[in-house]
Write a protein that binds this ligand. Structure first.
Ligand SMILES: Cc1cc2nc3c(=O)[nH]c(=O)nc-3n(C[C@H](O)[C@H](O)[C@H](O)COP(=O)(O)OP(=O)(O)OC[C@H]3O[C@@H](n4cnc5c(N)ncnc54)[C@H](O)[C@@H]3O)c2cc1C
Length: 449
């Protein structure tokens, strides 16, 4: 097992902290690391795609799980895969697609591990239909604070605390996943432009049930009558029989093809308001007003940013904050007010996405709940950002909504109980399971999880 001392951040590159990083290659090595982790505890880490400090542990241990990356069995008839928690969704796609299966849920990057996907109970563009990742987990193996391995199944408190539990109930060693049947690796994509926020909400309500995948890019620089204008993109897997002749030759091929890396650091002059406005204008006007049935490769549809490997440098030296919240149905006025406030403030936001969530899953700290969710990136160095986001949090909490903890790097702990009603259960299960605090992270200390 390799061991080194490293400075780690999340994908947002803010608040680096130093930890002893272990890279276990077997369950025994992982168990030995947890048993010997010392007073600052330990936390599992996948590919470090969480935006904030969920996979950091200042002065303690971090278990880099990426060497535990075997796909153990694939039942190609039933679409069941048993794999180590350090396997990435990218690798699963490489193996499963030629067999006619696709991961049940993917975030907008495929460079996340199965352990990270369960630990954050990630959602994809199919959340309104398929729920979040943990809904598709049949069982998992969890390494507990005592260094024992437990098999954990849905319907138990331990499963519900672990799904979205940010690594704080133990280290996920492996999982059995139910996958989604596909007969090609192509997507049929419908695109439409919404002229403002109300137009977008109407379109999402009217049509989302017809699509497996749906999400809208929203121009948060647009103001006045154009506030909330968006490009809505929805898609379905194309059945093999419906492919054009050129694609039918290798219907299940998976060829993502990376683009050249982004520059080391983007000049800060390019990050300001005017370039952001211009970029958004071009993106909005460049999108079709209405186009149906465009054929796209899976990676183009789901993971456009994976082609730019160092995309997280785009917000400059200080890094970025990802802010994602959800408010329930009936709280559209809160959503409108928040979108208006962000637009009026002229924040140089990027990568802003609005979606409609369906019912949430039972994970006690899982983020999705039925309603409207908005996610956006903001430069961490933006003056007054902390106060601004605190005030948005208050609106979200007062409306019965919540912010996403896997992306968080700055939430105030007072609002947590209002946002996550099962927090008390989570804390008491942790106190019982791990009285000595073997599992800790910067996030768990910051939010007293
Ligand atoms: C470009 C980009 C797009 C994204 N899009 C989405 C999206 O669409 N939807 C969404 O939900 N999220 C999205 N995310 C967030 C990302 O999916 C999650 O943060 C995910 O958890 C990252 O997985 P990871 O393997 O990198 O885990 P890490 O970031 O390393 O860890 C994340 C959390 O999982 C825990 N964890 C990791 N491995 C294990 C394990 N083996 N056992 C127990 N706990 C573990 C960690 O302790 C930590 O709390 C996106 C992130 C990026 C960078």
């Amino acid at each position: 097992m390799s061991v080194d001392t490293v400075s780690l951040t999340g994908w947002g590159r803010t608040a680096p902290t130093t930890a002893l990083r272990f890279r276990p290659r077997s369950y025994e090595e992982a168990a030995a690391t947890v048993r010997g982790c010392g007073p600052r505890g330990s936390i599992a880490r996948g590919l470090g795609r969480a935006h904030g400090d969920a996979a950091q542990n200042a002065g303690g241990s971090v278990l880099d799980m990426t060497a535990l990356n075997r796909i153990r069995t694939v039942d190609a008839g039933a679409g069941l895969v048993v794999c180590d928690a350090g396997v990435s969704l990218h690798r699963l796609m490489e193996v499963l697609l030629p067999l006619g299966w696709f991961v049940p849920v993917t975030p907008t990057t495929r460079y996340v591990t199965v352990g990270g996907a369960i630990g954050a109970d990630i959602h994809g563009h199919n959340q309104h239909r398929s729920g979040s990742f943990s809904r598709h987990v049949q069982e998992l193996e969890l390494l507990t604070a005592e260094g024992e391995i437990r098999t954990v199944r849905p319907g138990t408190g331990l499963f519900e605390a672990t799904a979205g539990g940010l690594g704080l109930t133990g280290v996920i060693l492996s999982a059995t996943l139910r996958c989604h049947r596909v007969t090609s690796s192509w997507m049929s994509v419908d695109t439409e432009r919404a002229v403002d926020l109300d137009d977008l909400l109407e379109r999402l309500c009217a049509g989302d049930h017809r699509y497996r995948y749906s999400a809208a890019w929203i121009d948060l620089r647009a103001r006045g009558r154009a506030t909330g204008r968006s490009v809505l993109t929805r898609g379905e897997h194309v059945p093999r029989y419906a492919l054009p002749a050129h694609a039918r030759r290798t219907p299940l091929a998976f060829r993502p093809g990376p683009l050249p890396a982004a520059p080391g650091l983007v000049p800060e002059a390019l990050l300001g308001g005017a370039p952001a406005t211009l970029f958004n204008e071009l993106r909005y006007r460049g999108a079709p007003r209405y186009r149906i049935g465009e054929l796209q490769r899976l990676a183009t549809f789901f993971h456009p940013l994976d082609g730019l490997p160092q995309w997280n440098r785009v917000h400059g030296r200080a890094g970025s904050v990802r802010y994602q919240f959800v408010v329930g149905p009936g709280q559209e006025e809160v959503l409108r007010r928040i979108v208006r406030r962000i637009s009026q403030r002229r924040c140089p936001t990027s990568n802003a996405v609005l979606k409609r969530f369906g019912a949430g899953d039972p994970g006690w700290l899982s983020f999705p709940m039925r309603g409207w969710t908005l996610a956006l990136d903001l430069p961490a160095a933006l003056p007054g950002l902390a106060r601004f986001l605190d005030s948005l949090d208050e609106e979200v909490a007062a409306a019965g909504g919540r912010v996403c903890l896997a992306k968080d790097s700055r939430l105030r702990p007072e609002l947590l109980t209002a946002m996550y009603p099962r927090l008390a259960d989570f804390r008491s299960l942790r106190a019982e399971l791990d009285p000595g605090g073997a599992f800790r992270s910067d996030l768990s200390r910051r939010l007293s999880l």
